[in-house]
Design a protein around this ligand. Structure first.
Ligand code: 8YV
Length: 314
């Protein structure tokens, strides 16, 4: 039996490449590669995308492949995929929810502690000989007992809130509708929530609805002792306002895993010592990435077998 043809985007680990190549004829579009550079056969044969990364997957790419029927995304967020256009062409879209929730929430907690306690700077203090030369590291900010605000109480926001509970502080959350979460305080206004909290964590999905959700007013409300943590998408924060706030001390610090222009982030970030910078790695553990790859393949297999998709988006 001839294998169906798929197009993979960017690069996959060997543990993904081998099973993909065993089941499919695979073409690859490398990072920042162009569809026009693919062989003509790829254009006519490809029936599904194994999409990966954060590049824009718009109508032009979807339309370029006449047999395309399925986009299996390697990731929970699909803000760069034009799902409406895919739907209009009858192209199914899947993602990888749930399997990465723990990792993202774990990294958020790590970033909160790291940034509040200055762990990276403290390590550098020892490495550089400053401890022996200049004495004790400057005092930092306590985590336990703090007030935490979470923007978006979806799967990841909830997992973050659960992990914060043992710290003994108050947990507030912002979402359009009140969730079944009586242990945490629901807020309908981000600015007034930011006024109440010490740490503001963004976990809301990306896309046009949440673009620029956190702007200058919210950062001013968070205040000069405040910490902003972003593990959602760069688009959810007005990045120019955030840079200004970090440079002028409007907020104390930030911890970021996501940015507007990844991986070519605004160079202003690189000179600031009050921001912890992570390379969009919140789901980046061997264990989780293997499960994400498996779920992506399970969705592809279900599509080609004509069975219900496991984690459909549309
Ligand atoms: C990426 C993510 O998928 O799941 C998401 O939405 O942002 C990440 O897990 C991962 O970086 C692979 O591109």
């Amino acid at each position: 039996m001839t294998k169906p043809t798929i197009l993979t985007f960017e690069s996959y680990d060997d543990w993904d490449v081998e099973p993909l190549e065993a089941a499919y004829k695979v073409y690859n579009l490398p990072y920042e590669g162009k569809v026009s550079d693919l062989p003509a056969d790829a254009i006519t044969e490809v029936e599904a995308f194994a999409f990966r990364g954060h590049g824009v997957l718009g109508a032009d790419i979807i339309n370029a492949f006449p047999k395309l029927g399925m986009i299996a995304n390697y990731g929970v967020g699909y803000d760069t995929i034009d799902v409406d256009h895919a739907s209009s062409r009858g192209v199914r879209v899947t993602n990888t929810p749930d399997v990465l929730t723990d990792d993202v929430a774990d990294l958020v907690i790590g970033m909160i502690i790291a940034q509040s306690r200055g762990i990276v700077g403290a390590s550098n203090w020892v490495h550089s000989g400053n401890w022996a030369r200049n004495g004790a590291f400057p005092l930092q900010s306590k985590v336990s007992g703090k007030r935490f605000g979470i923007v978006g109480l979806g799967r990841i926001g909830r997992a973050v809130a659960e992990r914060l509970q043992p710290f003994g502080g108050d947990v507030y959350y912002y979402s359009r509708t009140k969730k079944d979460a009586p242990q945490w305080t629901h807020c309908t206004d981000i600015v007034s929530m930011a006024e109440k909290v010490d740490v503001l964590v963004i976990t809301v999905s990306g896309g046009p609805e949440t673009a620029g959700l956190i702007g200058a007013e919210t950062l001013t409300a968070l205040g000069p002792q405040g910490l902003l943590v972003n593990a959602s998408r760069g688009t959810t924060v007005d990045e120019a306002a955030l840079l200004d706030a970090l440079e002028t001390g409007t907020i104390r610090s930030a911890a970021l895993d996501v940015y507007d222009n990844e991986p070519h982030i605004d160079p202003r970030f690189l000179t600031l010592d009050n921001v912890l910078l992570q390379p969009h790695q919140s789901s980046g553990t061997v264990e989780t990435r293997k499960i994400m790859g498996q779920l992506q393949r399970d969705n592809l297999a279900a599509y080609f077998a004509g069975k219900p998709l496991l984690t459909p988006v549309n």
